[in-house]
Design a protein around this ligand. Structure first.
Ligand code: PLP
Length: 425
């Protein structure tokens, strides 16, 4: 028997429970996809109204005095509170893909020619370097820029041993290693400290994709010696669909005279408003801006960051672990018998805030869940991801989800759904 009272008890003890009221929640759905698109905070709605009606509607062009500084200001706030970096190392700009392109190009310009990543990494982390290498092989084959893949454990993700093994085979001074902090599929949390140590020792650079860890796992970029990072703001940072990403460059690298963006946009110019004839890039992190930022979307990022600061990222992490632990407890007791396989590490210190279950009928099961307003997500070919965003997911949601999934499995209700359905994203 499933124990409802226990879930209620856990919610009663939850110090972060009050944050749920601060999100727009108008329906009865069980939303387990905050790791793909975070919910809308009520304060964001108000902030957007102010930006659209007052700043744009009334003040028009005069608002640019304020808007111009916002992407750098929110970058600084993010740096100091959720990323463990310093002022002047982070900006909000573009999307993760473009930021990866800019940082990889800057690294190649400053002498790196071997890009390394794991085969299991997120598509954009592989496609961007692949395309750069393909293009440079045609344009300047003498540079010999190459992409090397290594294999990592599909559940536990890349380790410092995996990274050391591949770095030992090459000249580290020429290399750059791209890794995800939390794996998008399995939810594995990489040991950033141990991996950065190995990378540093070989003379290589690190580039971390923080999309699935920012806002839910404490990040210590400076302390662990991370060189570069990118991350998005619409998952656990609740910035809304397509809200711009962030980019981090360690201060030491900003001092490198060859480390510049491949895009000479006017927002990256040192004295932007003197409209000079020649491109003269900014000496600070602003050199990685491109053109006009999407102000309405930038504005939408800040309220949830403030909420996370108020809640405290350590407490958010603690609740995230409690939620995933509670789900795994229920899973082992009530769900495992239905031929699921757990594709997320058992140990809570080794995972982020989503749990992935493998199943031969994963798509059909996801469709059956959607049909009753339960929203996890599905990643081909056979993985269901259950995202547990600590600011608005209750223990009772985890309980109810288990009950509903159990019912679908017990009565084989997923059989009514064919593979024709498609619920990506
Ligand atoms: C969501 C996500 C992205 C998103 O990249 P965009 O270019 O901003 O669309 C990148 N990397 C990972 C690991 C992600 O999970």
């Amino acid at each position: 028997m499933l124990k409802l009272d226990y879930a209620r008890e856990l919610d009663k003890k939850d110090q972060l429970a009050k944050f749920r009221e601060r999100f727009v929640i108008n329906d009865e759905s069980i939303y387990l996809d905050g790791n793909s698109l975070g919910r809308l905070p009520i304060s964001t709605k108000e902030q957007l109204e102010k930006c659209v009606l007052n700043e744009w509607g009334d003040d028009l062009i005069r608002s640019w005095d304020k808007w111009l500084l916002i992407a750098r200001r929110i970058g600084d706030k993010l740096a100091k509170t959720l990323l463990g970096a310093q002022e002047g190392e982070v900006v909000i700009t573009d999307n993760v893909t473009i930021n990866l392109y800019k940082l990889l190009s800057a690294a190649i310009d400053s002498g790196r020619s071997i890009i390394i990543t794991n085969k299991e990494n997120f598509p954009t982390d592989k496609y961007v370097p692949e395309r750069i290498c393909q293009r440079l092989a045609q344009l300047c084959p003498q540079l010999n820029v190459q992409l090397l893949y290594f294999e990592s454990d599909p559940v536990y993700g890349p380790t410092s041993i995996d990274v050391a093994k591949i770095l030992n085979k090459i000249d580290g001074e020429k290399a750059l290693v791209i890794l995800s902090h939390v794996d998008y599929k399995s939810g594995a949390l990489a040991d950033m400290k141990a991996i950065n140590k190995v990378i540093k020792e070989s003379g290589a650079l690190s580039l971390w994709d923080l999309c699935h860890s920012v806002g839910v796992v404490p990040i210590k970029l400076n302390e662990t010696g991370a060189d570069l990072a990118v991350g998005c703001t619409y998952k656990y940072l609740n910035g809304g669909p397509g809200s711009p990403a962030f980019l981090y460059v360690n201060k030491n690298l900003l001092g490198n005279k060859n480390f510049f963006s491949p895009i000479g946009g006017w927002f990256s110019q040192k004295n932007q408003f003197s409209f000079g004839d020649k491109y003269d890039p900014h000496t600070g992190i602003e050199r990685f801006f491109t053109g006009t930022p999407p102000i309405i979307s930038v504005v939408a990022i800040e309220p949830a960051i403030d909420m996370l600061i108020e809640a405290g990222i350590e407490k958010v992490r603690k609740k995230s672990n409690e939620l995933t632990n509670y789900f795994l407890y229920l899973y082992n007791k009530h769900l495992r018998k239905y031929d699921f396989t757990l594709v997320t590490p058992q140990d809570s210190t080794k995972r982020g805030s989503h749990i992935s279950l493998g199943h031969g009928k994963a798509l059909e099961i996801s469709l059956a869940l959607r049909n009753i307003n339960v929203i996890p997500d599905f990643r081909p070919p056979d993985v269901i991801r259950i995202g547990l965003a600590p600011l608005y997911i209750r223990f009772i949601d985890v309980y109810n989800f288990t009950v509903k999934l159990k019912e679908i499995m017990e009565n084989k209700k997923y059989k009514e759904y064919s593979k024709k359905g498609n619920i990506v994203p």
